[in-house]
Design a protein around this ligand. Structure first.
Ligand SMILES: [Zn+2]
Length: 63
């Protein structure tokens, strides 16, 4: 079942960002995702299957 990931959700990934952060905010969804590291603020692009596979924790944006 595909995960329902929306803009503004916070995901925690298996693979840490080079800065040491592991929480990312979803900036854009679609064929590929754009996520922003909450620790250093840099953005990166990631394929949906890769993202879904590496998610360890997932927080819905409650706003
Ligand atoms: Zn970072």
């Amino acid at each position: 079942m595909p995960m329902k990931i929306d803009i503004g959700d916070i995901v925690e990934l298996k693979k840490k960002h080079p800065c040491g952060g592991k929480q990312f905010e979803v900036i854009r969804t679609g064929m590929d995702f754009r996520i922003k590291c909450l620790t250093c603020g840099s953005q990166m692009r990631i394929d949906r299957p890769k993202l879904e596979k590496s998610i360890v924790k997932y927080e819905k944006n409650t706003q």
